[in-house]
Design a protein around this ligand. Structure first.
Ligand SMILES: Nc1ncnc2c1ncn2[C@@H]1O[C@H](COP(=O)(O)OP(=O)(O)O)[C@@H](O)[C@H]1O
Ligand SMILES: [Mg+2]
Length: 325
């Protein structure tokens, strides 16, 4: 029953927003340092969303503001359609979060820790302990002391703690931090399965690769500002296209192509060229490169369009900022 946690003065009609998280002009300063700078964020429901940026970009601060752990200096925000801080209690009843490292009592078992946390939540939470432990694959270690857990197990127990509230939205701050490759793999699978149940997972990360593997959509943040956001596939479509050409006479090939209207940046490599075509360039440009070279008597051995990873795209977007400011 989705209405069970709503109290009589709850804004029931506000919860059908398509956004799990929505912010407008959200700003948080520490003195002169603008840690969250006029952020317009739209996190669609039912997806894994990455808040991606280098260390110090303002990811944790944004999450802390969303959760009401620190106040915003300007802007508005809502969680699951509920404006916060106005309706924070109703909103947070449906949100599970891990900020920084999950903290537990080391001398108690995983299960005992969950029992303490469940006691602070609504009555149904206690009944979810076993299911939550099972959900994160920790049933077999539930009765061991947390001090004996690996980092990966603590993270999983952290997710189990979130699940006590049967949240529609999980907000995880750097969930891959401190995990070994196997732990990252488990965390990724867990996030994907939470999303497949219809929950929204918003995670922050400085690990491009993990975000690319785990998330459907992303916001890229640098110096507190969101530079780009949207589905990863759409963002990549806006990246430049790289084409590798293996050919005879690379220098001459470059001269030929530079004289055309392709508008490409061309680097000469040992066995050919690496060509960066502008964003939105169609496949016809690749055929055109081939035609121009062959017509001028250059032997083309191989033409390959290189898949642009989120990482190279991220660097395209952020390096420019660092240099120009
Ligand atoms: N409590 C605080 N007091 C002063 N400055 C802070 C505080 N928390 C974060 N900052 C600053 O805000 C900026 C963003 O930090 P943070 O949100 O932790 O970044 P991220 O999580 O992306 O690494 C940094 O410049 C950091 O030094
Ligand atoms: Mg952080």
């Amino acid at each position: 029953m989705t209405t069970s946690v709503l109290d009589d003065q709850s804004p029931v009609n506000l919860s059908d927003s398509p956004w799990a998280v929505e912010t407008h002009g959200l700003t948080k300063r520490f003195g002169d340092n603008v840690a969250v700078d006029d952020v317009e964020l739209l996190v669609p429901r039912g997806c894994a969303f990455g808040y991606l940026g280098p260390n110090g970009a303002g990811k944790t601060t944004l999450i802390r503001v969303l959760l009401g752990l620190t106040h915003a200096d300007a802007g508005t925000m809502s969680l699951l359609g509920y404006p916060v801080p106005r309706h924070r209690d109703v909103a947070l009843a449906r949100v599970g979060a891990i900020v920084d490292e999950p903290r537990f009592h080391g001398h108690l078992t995983g299960r005992q820790n969950l029992e303490i946390l469940a006691a602070a939540r609504e009555r149904a939470a206690r009944g979810r302990i076993d299911g939550s432990l099972e959900r994160v694959g920790m049933t077999h270690r539930a009765d061991d002391r947390v001090s004996k857990y690996s980092m990966g197990m603590r993270q999983r127990l952290g997710v189990a703690a979130c699940l006590l509230g049967d949240p529609q939205l999980l907000i995880l701050d750097e969930p891959m931090n401190g995990l070994d490759p196997a732990g990252m793999h488990e965390m990724r699978d867990m996030i994907l399965s939470l999303v497949s149940e219809g929950r929204t997972v918003m995670l922050s990360s400085h690990l491009l690769d993990e975000v690319e593997r785990t998330c459907d959509a992303v916001a890229i943040v640098d110096n507190g500002k969101v530079i780009r956001q949207g589905p990863i596939s759409e963002l990549l479509a806006g990246a430049s296209v790289e084409v590798n050409v293996e050919c005879s006479s690379p220098e001459r090939a470059r001269t030929i192509l530079s004289a055309t209207a392709l508008g490409a940046q061309i680097d000469v490599e040992t066995s050919g060229l690496s060509i960066h075509l502008a964003a939105g360039t169609g496949r016809d440009a690749i055929a055109e490169i081939n035609r121009l070279l062959v017509e001028d008597g250059i032997a083309v051995y191989r033409l390959q369009e290189v898949q642009v990873s989120l990482e190279s795209w991220f660097l395209q977007v952020t390096s420019r900022l660092g240099e120009s400011e």
